[in-house]
Design a binder for this molecule. Structure first.
Ligand code: HEM
Length: 555
């Protein structure tokens, strides 16, 4: 009997505590459900004492992105509160004023926080991506300087040229020649991921893993990154963190595998740091220290005098940040262009005009950094792609102290606060009634040069500076804005131009609408299988001549 009374008392306490939490931060209007209504002290999924919204969450677990988007659209201020048993209270917002508050105005109150850094710590260590406060600030200062250096930008273009000439174009040409020139099938997502891994390794580490070279065995380093990132993503998505923590303590299952794969990555990077230090010492002895200096990030960090482990963690952060993001955006870009032939024609026109202006020949890409930076239509097409399919679908911070968001939503110390790029790109409250359409017009109709776009912004980016990063936080915004944004745009434009002007891609399955899978970086479920054919030269004005009228939107 005693145990029965004790159990009841415990349950009662839990219910009371839970009810207190539910009412603590109630601030926004209560409503019925849209799957929505009153959840955990704000608009959100239907919640109950103790279990919170566990039932609704479980029902929608396979469509969380759309479920959140629907609830955010129904919420009067595009903010919801998700409170469920086993997880910390989470405020999810698609409200630009809230996003600006979190990312800029009250930046110091919204660090990534321990729950985030715990999940990624084994792989990223103390790298920029995974630290807060002074540790972050010091790295940011150093790394911002390196990212804005001309030498790194030039290195990027050199690497892109080589990777396209030696691997990407030959791989697609081989596919196009298949079936007697009728066109073979490739998974573009896979090709783009391999391409991006080669590029980021050459830029960050100064070595070529040869991922896209069919003549070379699949590199162990790439596999280690893939496996480690997959296990880390599952950690992040686990309903209860204690499970992976116990597995890690016991060195069991996936956690053991993670430790082994991280070991492979650490060993490879440390080996490179040691050999680069030796190389540098030799250059100095031979009096060729400056002339022989490399411009990859790892070598630059060595020049700056950082200790080995700090350099290791920094470059791992760069690889993780730059590895799958551009390939994710490009996969969706090619898919959208296959569905919007008018936009494809417009992009081709701009590429052809830029190449004509430069007098570029058939061989090689023949464009420089500034040519890519000036491409406005392509820039708009990429921005529009990432509005609908952001490579980072959502991103969370953890409140250091109690706060109230501009829309009145109360935030408690320790709460998770998530700004939701995927949902924001689809909010009619932000983009208007045609939010669901793929339309370059919303970018191209912005006044040219309206806004400064930041000191390092490209002419194309400056033209779009009227769009606040807090309304379009695809690259985040505020002090922690993505450092690789410029680099990413150059890479995406380079690949789009190199592929589209030579090859026609058509979906193997015309009727398929692929699923968007968020994980750490979003990807397309099942890949993007396309038939590749050589593109026949188009008339000077592709858009008008092919009967599409060069329209900006198409169904
Ligand atoms: C389309 C491509 C890309 C997108 C959409 C993107 C997006 C983002 C986002 C949303 C963040 C914030 C993430 C967070 O704080 O948790 C971020 C941070 C970062 N990104 Fe990118 N990124 C892209 C490409 C790149 C590339 C190619 C690099 C180059 C290495 C890069 C380097 C970084 C770094 C170093 C940070 C950390 C900045 C900091 O914490 O201060 N990104 N990026």
């Amino acid at each position: 009997m005693a145990w029965f009374v004790a159990a009841w008392s415990c349950l009662l306490v839990v219910v009371m505590v839970s009810s207190m939490r539910l009412s603590r931060s109630a601030s926004s209007s209560c409503g019925s459900s849209c799957g929505g209504g009153h959840g955990g002290g704000g608009w959100g999924p239907r919640s109950y004492p103790v279990i919170g919204c566990l039932v609704a969450f479980y029902r929608n677990r396979r469509r969380l992105l759309d479920w959140y988007t629907e609830m955010l659209a129904a919420s009067p201020s595009q903010t919801i509160v998700v409170d469920r048993l086993g997880a910390r209270r989470t405020v999810v917002t698609a409200n630009p004023a809230n996003v600006e508050h979190i990312l800029r105005a009250r930046f110091a109150n919204y660090p990534k926080g321990k729950p985030f850094t715990d999940v990624l710590g084994d792989l990223l260590g103390m790298g920029i991506f995974n630290v807060d406060g002074e540790l972050w600030h010091a790295q940011r200062k150093l790394v911002s300087h390196e990212f804005s250096a001309r030498a790194l930008r030039d290195l990027e273009v050199t690497v892109l040229e080589a990777e396209a000439r030696d691997r990407l174009v030959p791989a697609l040409a081989a596919a196009a020649a298949a079936r007697g020139g009728g066109g073979g099938v490739v998974d573009m997502q896979d090709v783009l991921r391999r391409f991006a891994f080669d590029v980021i390794c050459r830029v960050s580490l100064g070595v070529d893993p040869g991922c896209l070279d069919p003549a070379l065995p699949a590199p162990r380093l790439a596999a280690a990154f893939d496996t480690a990132a997959g296990i880390i993503a599952r950690r992040g998505a686990a309903p209860v963190a204690a499970v992976w923590k116990v597995k890690r303590a016991l060195d069991a299952g996936s956690e053991r595998r993670l430790r082994e794969e991280v070991g492979v990555i650490h060993e490879a990077v440390m080996g490179l740091i040691r050999s680069r230090r030796k190389e540098r010492a030799l250059l100095l002895v031979n009096g060729n220290g400056v002339g022989g200096a490399r411009s990859d990030l790892l070598s630059r960090m060595i020049e700056c005098g950082y200790p080995d482990e700090a350099i290791r963690d920094m470059v791992i952060s760069f690889i993780m940040a730059g590895r799958d993001t551009t390939s994710s955006a490009l996969t969706w870009f090619f898919w959208l262009l296959m569905r919007h032939r008018g936009v494809e024609a417009q992009v081709l026109d701009e590429i052809a005009a830029t190449r004509r202006g430069r007098g570029a020949g058939e061989e090689g890409e023949g464009l420089d950094l500034d040519d890519y930076r000036r491409m406005r239509v392509l820039h708009a097409a990429l921005c529009e792609t990432m509005r609908l399919y952001p490579p980072v679908a959502w991103d969370s911070k953890h409140a250091a102290a109690d706060d109230v968001l501009p829309d009145g939503t109360a935030v408690g110390r320790g709460d998770r606060v998530t700004y939701f790029q995927y949902g924001m790109g689809r909010m009619e409250a932000i983009w208007g009634a045609d939010a669901a359409d793929f339309s370059l017009d919303r970018w191209l109709s912005l006044p040219r040069g309206g806004g400064d776009g930041g000191a390092a912004a490209s002419p194309a980016a400056a033209a779009f500076a009227g769009v606040s990063p807090f309304k379009y936080p695809v690259f985040q915004g505020g002090p922690r804005t993505c450092l690789g944004k410029e680099m990413a745009f150059v890479q995406m434009k380079f690949v789009a131009s190199a592929v589209l002007r030579r090859f026609e891609l058509r979906p193997v399955d015309e009727g398929r609408t692929p699923a968007f899978v968020p994980l750490m970086t979003a990807h397309m479920a099942g890949g993007l299988n396309v038939t590749v054919r050589r593109r026949t030269p188009a008339p000077a004005s592709g858009g008008a001549a092919n009967g599409t009228g060069g329209e900006l939107t198409s169904s």
